[in-house]
Design a protein around this ligand. Structure first.
Ligand code: SF4
Length: 467
């Protein structure tokens, strides 16, 4: 019987089936950062346990670090304490640590693929929801909580139920100015933020086949926002070429052997899925969220929906969203005034994202009332962007060029919205308070759309600027 990638990778990592029916899974790669590990390491120390597979455990600093002056001690005592714990734990347990001195530091979901740590056929876990990003290379990758971080540190295993599998097929050609971010926002908008509960998503179809690895990383990053436990793209020639030569990928003959194996783990023709959904890529226009979850979105030429047109059960959330955002039902999203523009995060902080934003930044100057930040996803992204002269393009247009980190994606450092500021953001969550202000407002969109909003001072259609 034809099998899916999920079947094959799950089976290859099954240690045993537990009496509960869950699977004890071996975790091939455990990525860790400063926010979800201090308690896990503390528990390990109290139990006098070692890290079971230190060679499969890698750490970085991302959530709390400042993006301006990164010299320590950090001005924020809480951030300094988390960083201090991370340094101490990585030293005590002798684990590889990509801190600022290595030139490899960055957001955990940016550096994993960038360094070639993330490979097809792996099981990957990290104490962060957006671990689903790594599925782009054909891995089964999911976020976990602090107790599970402890369990993996101690045993390299996790108990988990195998989800059902939905294939999400996207077919057709994307319009100029429409990006992977728009595709995933359209998928979530169509299937709903809870549409994926109980499922993993396999992304397929000719639109996905043509995507670069960076586009696939954006796509898989937001699987979790659609309720899916994880999402993946089958490995293909794009995957192999992306990984070739990366420092932690196999080298020489070993790479060719690995690449041959990676291709065998792809879903076989004729494999059955629990569900299949289809989207027409040609019908997707630049998407902008207008509400308080990533499913509350519209195309740039659409109007904000009317609660009364929604199913009864969803109307209260729609009304809450309109009240929080200060929008009127039926109002066009285009033209909504913004105060802050943020390009960055593990969704859209890679080189191709910065290039797309820079293309737009060349066309104008940041509006005088807008604060605009460009935050590379990693030190390596920053270095590559600097080699191409992207910071100069951004700075000439009035954007601030920052150092790598999570930054305003969640506002755990100084990069926060103030009061009711409205942000055009390339990140992945528009929950109330997400960007550091309890009354702040977030509009999710692609990096090019963020740049368009920055120079226009309001939500704009990037296709008109790129013409
Ligand atoms: S960029 Fe945002 S979503 Fe990604 S790891 Fe950092 S805080 Fe989490």
């Amino acid at each position: 019987m034809a099998r899916t990638l999920l079947d094959k990778v799950w089976e290859a990592h099954t240690v045993r089936t537990l009496p509960s029916g869950q699977t004890q899974l071996l975790i091939g790669l455990h990525l860790i950062h400063e926010v979800t590990t201090p308690q896990a390491f503390q528990m390990l120390k109290e139990l006098k346990l070692k890290v079971r597979m230190p060679e499969r455990t890698f750490g970085t600093l991302d959530h709390i670090i400042p993006t301006t002056d990164q010299s320590r001690p950090y001005a924020d005592p809480e951030a300094e304490e988390m960083a201090a714990h991370m340094y101490r734990n990585m030293k005590d347990f002798a684990l590889p640590f990509f801190d600022m001195s290595t030139g490899k530091q960055g957001i955990v979901h940016v550096i994993g693929p960038e360094l070639g740590l993330t490979q097809p056929g792996m099981t990957i876990a990290c104490g962060d929801s957006h671990t689903s990003t790594h599925g782009a290379v054909g891995a089964i990758a999911f976020g976990i909580g602090t107790t599970q971080v402890r369990d993996i540190l101690a045993t390299q295993c996790l108990s988990m139920a195998k989800p059902k599998l939905r294939q999400v097929r996207v077919e057709g050609t994307l319009d100029k100015g429409v990006y992977a971010k728009d595709v995933i926002l359209a998928i979530i908008g169509t299937l709903g933020v809870k549409g994926g509960v109980g499922y993993a998503y396999e992304y397929a179809g000719d639109t996905i086949d043509r995507m670069t690895m960076e586009e696939r990383l954006t796509l898989c990053n937001m699987s979790i926002e659609g309720g899916a436990r994880f999402g993946y793209v089958n490995p293909d020639a794009t995957t192999v070429e992306y990984l070739r030569g990366r420092p932690y990928a196999p080298q020489g003959d070993a790479f060719d052997r690995a690449a041959a194996w990676w291709k065998t783990i792809a879903t076989e023709p004729g494999a059955a899925f629990d569900d299949v959904k289809r989207l027409d890529a040609g019908a997707i226009e630049p998407v902008v969220t207008w509400g308080i979850n990533p499913g509350m979105s519209v195309g740039i030429s659409d109007k904000i929906p009317v609660p009364e047109d929604q199913p009864e059960a969803e109307r209260p959330t729609f009304r809450e969203a309109l009240a929080h955002m200060g929008f009127a039902a039926g109002q066009p999203i285009k033209g909504a005034k913004i105060d802050v523009a943020f390009v960055g995060s593990c969704t859209n902080g890679r080189l191709s994202d910065l290039r797309a934003a820079a293309e737009v930044a060349k066309k104008g100057k940041v509006a005088s009332h807008v604060r605009a930040l460009i935050v590379p996803g990693s030190q390596q992204v920053a270095k590559a962007a600097e080699a191409e002269g992207l910071p100069e393009i951004f700075q000439a247009a009035g954007f601030q060029w920052r150092k790598a980190g999570c930054s305003m994606c969640l506002g755990m450092n100084d990069d926060k919205l103030q009061g009711r500021e409205m942000s055009a953001s390339s990140s992945n969550r528009n929950f109330i308070g997400r960007q550091g202000s309890p009354t702040g407002r977030t509009l999710l969109m692609s990096p090019a759309m963020v740049a368009a909003a920055a120079i226009t001072g309001a939500v704009a259609d990037v296709r008109e600027i790129l013409k």
